[in-house]
Design a protein around this ligand. Sequence first.
Ligand SMILES: Nc1ncnc2c1ncn2[C@@H]1O[C@H](COP(=O)(O)OP(=O)(O)OP(=O)(O)O)[C@@H](O)[C@H]1O
Ligand code: SF4
Ligand SMILES: [Mg+2]
Length: 351
Amino acid sequence: MSAPILTVRDLRVAFETRAGSLPAIDGVSFEIGRGEILGVVGESGAGKSVTGSAVIGLLDPPGRIVGGEIHLGTERIDTLPPERMRRVRGRRIGMIFQDPLTSLDPLYRVGEQIVETIRTHTDLSARAARNRAVDLLAEVGIPAPERRIDGYPHEFSGGMRQRVVIALALAAEPELIIADEPTTALDVSVQAQVITLLKRLCRDHGTAVMLVTHDMGVIAEAADRVAVMYSGRIAEIGPIESVVRNPRHPYAIGLMGAIPTLTQGAGRLAQIPGSMPRLTAIPPGCAFHPRCPKVFGRCRVERPEPIPVGTEPGGIGTDPARIGTSAVACHLYDADAAGGAAPHAEPLQVR
Ligand SMILES: Nc1ncnc2c1ncn2[C@@H]1O[C@H](COP(=O)(O)OP(=O)(O)OP(=O)(O)O)[C@@H](O)[C@H]1O
Ligand code: SF4
Ligand SMILES: [Mg+2]
């Protein structure tokens, strides 16, 4: 297995407020390999965007990293000075957000923006950079790129604009792309095209992707592995076929109620009675316990840590965050506490 592109270890992020230090992310660990897409799902407020913002070093104040480590390849990036991190962001990490206009400057032609990115990160001449920009626009499926390169962002439709953003994100040949709800604002048919494109390009370029979305159709279509977040922690992580088709954590089971594919229409996450706790009122023990159909005594007092569960060839993983292993943070899967036999070694049925 090649070394991961992104390694997040025991990440903790807090918002310092008048109400105290609020733990938005509390011990999140995962890795993303070359050319791999990790889908990150969970209800609103789970901590998906805060995790992405922490990785790119753009946490909104008063948020700050209060623990853990983030590595890009072999370099630790969470401790880099802001100026160095700005360069890492431009060159080694690309970003795609829900609204393409967050990434595009309305006052400049799209070509100028892509060329500037290319020239900042390579030593290509102006002419060579423009040719490269035309190639990139063609690669993301913009018709007549030689002409469209001189258009302004408002002259593109929503779907075409998001393609331009993908071209811009790829312009510096980043190792990692953080995509936060990249297709949410688009029509369903366009969503499918953009996701298929993102997946193909990342495979071709070997780019690692953290794909944050509410949409299980997008996950089912694009992701290799999935992390299900709840209340600032990962409830379950593993390959798509195990987490989506055979979820183990009661929260993941609830979310995966219906998994339509993109071609069948956008699949929102299933509804689970109750709601995500506020940061000021995270329940003790397992944060999901007030909503969990399988809750038992221990859940109310002891926080479950990720437990490796083996579903892949090669058997049970040893490190919950390693690529290719699955982990579930739920006491039901704690074999030690159950006297050597996990009470639910097989996926639960709580639907
Ligand atoms: N600037 C901020 N100040 C205080 N709390 C914040 C701030 N930004 C986010 N939070 C809190 O951090 C938690 C995680 O938020 P985050 O935006 O990561 O959720 P999310 O999973 O991306 O949700 P959504 O699906 O709605 O985008 C939430 O409880 C949110 O209220
Ligand atoms: S630890 Fe307990 S409350 Fe939490 S998900 Fe597992 S069974 Fe439910
Ligand atoms: Mg978000």
